[in-house]
Design a protein around this ligand. Structure first.
Ligand code: ZN
Length: 299
């Protein structure tokens, strides 16, 4: 009997509305989207707090408001970003919001991300033949990663190990071996398409190359994701291989589907999973699969 499949909705990232008008920004929009994605089959929601004009918000109060509003509407597991804006100049500052949220069980995130390496985040403009944002680096020093893992353990947040390439996975495996990350480990297998050249391509080969190097002898779960590409093309493969999936319009606008809202992408992914014989995980199922405490955070 295959395990149930976790659908993690990645609803907004830093996406603007020029490509897909359904990107949620405000706390109410994010909470409504989370509830609709929950109905469509998602058991985890990953979000970035945004200002009313779409710019990133880094305010603790906004994150707290979002989490309270999500939990007032549904039982979906809550997974806020750390944000990459601080770029490692101030490692403690980068997780201050998350650790502050964790101080109150009502706002404690269930999951938070740790990207286990550093990447260039330029955009390749193939038509013009040049890089945009050539200065952009998403830096995650190893001592910072160790610090985050210790801190998440202390405050009771499950880390999602975001791997952009095999070297990230190997570093994550070492951190598991060090005892910094509890098993089962939860990997987000990140691929990149379109203007972002940094990850494995969002193709069966790109996913396969990731999966071949997941740590042996370690209990882990993985979700697939494609930044800048159609993840639904890998939904069937992810379902067949026993993985999970992290769809949403935060990473890709889905113009080939007329730029739909998040819940529609989640619903399609859920349908594909069911066709492959995978039941869809509820939030409680996801807790059990990922080794989170069975008890929901109080609303
Ligand atoms: Zn994110």
């Amino acid at each position: 009997m295959p395990s149930k499949m976790i659908l993690e909705a990645r609803i907004n990232e830093y996406a603007m509305r020029d490509q897909n008008p359904h990107v949620p920004w405000t706390p109410d929009e994010i909470a409504d989207t989370a509830a609709r994605c929950r109905e469509a089959g998602a058991s985890i929601v990953h979000f970035h707090a945004r200002n009313p004009d779409g710019s990133p918000s880094h305010e603790f109060e906004v994150y707290a408001e979002i989490i309270r509003k999500i939990r007032a509407r549904c039982d979906i597991l809550v997974h806020p970003t750390l944000g990459w804006f601080a770029n490692d100049d101030d490692p403690d500052g980068r997780i201050r919001c998350v650790t502050q949220l964790a101080a109150d069980p009502a706002t404690r995130p269930d999951i938070a991300p740790i990207d286990t390496g550093s990447v260039n985040l330029d955009s390749w403009d193939a038509q013009a033949g040049r890089f945009e944002h050539a200065e952009r680096v998403y830096m995650n020093r190893t001592d910072t990663l160790e610090r985050y893992a210790r801190e998440f353990k202390r405050v009771g947040i499950k880390p999602q190990l975001v791997t952009w390439a095999v070297g990230f996975t190997r570093r994550a495996a070492a951190m598991i071996e060090m005892g910094l990350i509890e098993q089962p480990a939860y990997f987000l297998v990140n691929m990149t398409d379109g203007p972002c050249l940094t990850g494995h391509p969002g193709t069966p080969d790109g996913l396969d190359a990731h999966l071949r190097f997941l740590p042996a002898g370690v209990r882990c779960e993985w979700s697939s994701n494609v930044v800048g590409g159609n993840l639904l093309a890998l939904a069937q493969m992810s379902a067949r291989l026993g993985g999970h999936i992290a769809p949403g319009i935060g990473d890709y606008a889905y113009p080939e589907l007329d730029c739909p809202p998040n819940e529609q992408i989640v619903r399609i992914a859920a349908d594909i999973a069911r066709q492959e014989g995978r039941e869809i995980a509820t939030p409680d199922d996801a807790r059990a699969l990922l080794g989170l405490p069975a008890k929901s955070n109080p609303v």
